[in-house]
Design a protein around this ligand. Structure first.
Ligand code: MN
Length: 213
């Protein structure tokens, strides 16, 4: 398509049908090839008039956009957030992996929530309660304290100075083809494909380097 495309839609780290039967192949095609692709295209359009922003990372764009005049900042925030959140979501899933975290992250979850089961319950309740479109997140502050939060639309925990550890996309396009309006069913399927090693690596990086890395 565009010759000087700045941002590209990286392929998924697994096959489109790899998360079956929990997340269906058609949803993954639409989600990656249509929804994420649109954010990539719109981010390129939003950045075209600003050569000096073209070397910034997604994290830097997201954190900087709020300081720009809204006409420039809003499209950059929305679309950099859309690309960041979707990459994060796809990278937070894997067809093969342990069904629970281990090591430092597992200990931090136990410390904060009492048990892994209690954490799952609290996380699912928060994600299920997203009003309209948004995401459920596990994030860490700079001291390694975990928290569950939700964000609306394509907002991220980065602007609150937090390290995202994992997320789940609660926009209807993430689940409606297979799970219809049953968010609880989507979430109970989604637990089967959470990429705990990726979450552990992000938590370790947060403890080492802090947010905004
Ligand atoms: Mn999505």
């Amino acid at each position: 398509m565009h010759e000087n495309q700045l941002w590209v839609n990286e392929p998924l780290p697994y096959a489109y049908d790899a998360l079956e039967p929990y997340i269906d192949e058609q949803t993954m095609h639409l989600h990656h090839d249509q929804h994420l692709q649109a954010y990539v295209n719109h981010l390129n359009e939003a950045l075209a008039p600003f050569p000096k922003f073209q070397c910034l990372s997604l994290e830097q764009l997201i954190c900087m956009a709020g300081r720009l005049p809204p006409k420039a900042g809003v499209p950059i925030a929305r679309n950099a957030g859309g690309v960041y959140n979707h990459r994060f979501y796809f990278d937070s899933m894997t067809p093969e992996g342990p069904d629970q975290p281990s090591g430092t992250l597992a200990q931090a979850i136990d410390r904060r929530f009492g048990s892994f089961a209690a954490f799952q319950q609290a996380f699912a309740a928060a994600a299920e309660g997203v009003f309209g479109s948004g995401y459920g997140w596990l994030a860490s502050d700079r001291r390694g304290q975990l928290r569950i939060l939700t964000t609306a639309n394509q907002a991220t925990p980065l602007t609150a100075g937090l390290c995202p550890i994992m997320n789940v996309d609660m926009w209807e396009h993430a689940y409606y083809l297979k799970h219809y309006n049953k968010r609880a069913d989507y979430l109970s399927d989604w637990w089967n494909v959470v990429n705990w090693p990726a979450a552990e690596a992000r938590y370790a990086a947060c403890l080492r380097c802090g947010p905004g890395r």
